[in-house]
Write a protein that binds this ligand. Sequence first.
Ligand SMILES: Cc1cc2nc3c(=O)[nH]c(=O)nc-3n(C[C@H](O)[C@H](O)[C@H](O)COP(=O)(O)OP(=O)(O)OC[C@H]3O[C@@H](n4cnc5c(N)ncnc54)[C@H](O)[C@@H]3O)c2cc1C
Length: 596
Amino acid sequence: MLSLGADLGPEQRREALSRFASEQFDVLVIGGGVVGAGAALDAATRGLSVALVEARDYASGTSSRSSKLVHGGLRYLEQLDFSLVREAQRERSLILNELCPHLARPIPFIYPLQHRGWERLYVGAGIALYDALGRRSGVPRHKHLTRSGARRLFPGLREDALVGAIRYYDGQVDDARHTMTLVRTARRYGAACANSVRVVDFRRCGERVAGAVVRDLESGAELEVRAKHTINAAGVWTDEIQRLVGGRGELRVRASKGVHLVVPRDRIDGTVGVISRTQNSVLFVIPWGGHWIIGTTDTDWILDLAHPAASRSDIDYLLAQANKLLRTRLTRDDIQGVYAGLRPLLAGESDATSRLSREHAVVTPVAGLTIVAGGKYTTYRVMAKDAVDAALQARGAAAPESVTSRVALVGADGFAALWNARERLAAESALEPRRIEHLLRRYGSLLPDLLELIAEDPALGQPLAAAPQYLRAELRYGAEAEGALHLDDLLARRTRISIETFDRGVASAAEAARLAAPVLGWSDDVVAGEIAHYEARVAAERESQDQPDDRTADAARLGAPDVRAGASAPIPGSGGGAGPADGLARDPANRPPRPA
Ligand SMILES: Cc1cc2nc3c(=O)[nH]c(=O)nc-3n(C[C@H](O)[C@H](O)[C@H](O)COP(=O)(O)OP(=O)(O)OC[C@H]3O[C@@H](n4cnc5c(N)ncnc54)[C@H](O)[C@@H]3O)c2cc1C
């Protein structure tokens, strides 16, 4: 069934659930992160019938918690893995120029040099090769800079932090919005997609997997989704799903935690990003609208997968690393937001997670089930294509080749023309030009949807009182067309208010909930419950960020219940629950006591 509508509102979710119960799909995709969303789009645009289920919210796993870079993997050059870099460069170019130019943009970085002579030669040769592998990718070429040249671009750098620098370009995208837009695009091509729908078991036909048993976490109802082939794209939950099918599982995925801080733009004087080496990883200081993102860490994580917690030591480490570079020291008081994500790494031979490969793997451990894991955000499209290819091959089914390198995401079509007309659009809509630019960068050519909402109800054209960078219409639209089902979805992923304000979204919670209420049918009691859940989440996160280490931070974070009841409880038969390798940590009775 081909649907040209790309909305993900409550009505479409009901329709998807009813299709789950009645159709047999060619492909069922488990996981609405970037890889699962990409796989759903890949399969749908080959003409296959597709169901996509996401247990929590689209992108709520790793795919909203990355450094938000679309990059060719500069550091993989050191491993001399040219094909990996070339592939990522090609994907970067597609994302920036063809697939979603409204959501992604080139971003300049400087790499500060700390040693005279050899370092410029060594790093310069690497970056020149990086540019050469990505030639015709639509970003400017690198440039060598003197110390004063670099400090003109980034006056906030300490004078003793560099002897010179090299400027180069990568890409940037709002990961959560991009993943959600992939889901919308898959829906446009006929996929039935629903969030808050968790796979709790597999359907079997003899030994063969023939779909899944899923639970709608909003209603508690269970139903069976029949599918000729199932693709598991569950990121760090891969092992849990593998255990459901029994056996040892062919892939081992381990989780490595990466933490980022968000600080206001005026705290650091600079116009470009900075990338610098640390002892175990790299430090990024990345411009992000009215903010900077500072990251990241890279440490093993064996605790709760749904809510990885940043501890005090993670935050202190990042501040210390950033302060080695910055003229004006950052303190905890400068921090607006903190987020932690888990890299789904294929378990390799080395124990140091930062040395594990970011490449992906695709396996078909039993008939009817293909598992894809590993990789990185930038190469989601390749992972998705490989997974669908493997699924089709295992079934011996003929289908057209992947076409996703030529399928622009919703909002891309016509974006350039609207961008050129932004002054006129501002005059016609009575919105300031900077507002129109903000909207175009988030919705592209879907902008008229937002303008229509505002025309119908001019109050929606007002900014949110406590987060004036967003219009009230954006919150309404998040519920109406972007699949948000809870306040947390709106404040953490449809907008980024949860990491972009010092109050972490608490001051916007009531206004946002009132805007979503008419669309999602919330009574006053439900509105109050959503706000209470959100406040508890923020309080638990703040508490976790005061704890000295992972275990105590995890315990504090788990003090707030999940707004989707049952989203993180152990799946019977999966041999465990939240954590990948730590049965003790999964059992609440074995958790360390919550810190006072
Ligand atoms: C700190 C950090 C920084 C990063 N920075 C970058 C970067 O700058 N650039 C880059 O290219 N890559 C980056 N990455 C890597 C990139 O973010 C990940 O590789 C990518 O987001 C993983 O996507 P995924 O779809 O595999 O997993 P996820 O996004 O985690 O999606 C898996 C989904 O499966 C769902 N799920 C699990 N179990 C079930 C079930 N039983 N039923 C239904 N659904 C289920 C989960 O809820 C989840 O939403 C970074 C990663 C981290 C952690």
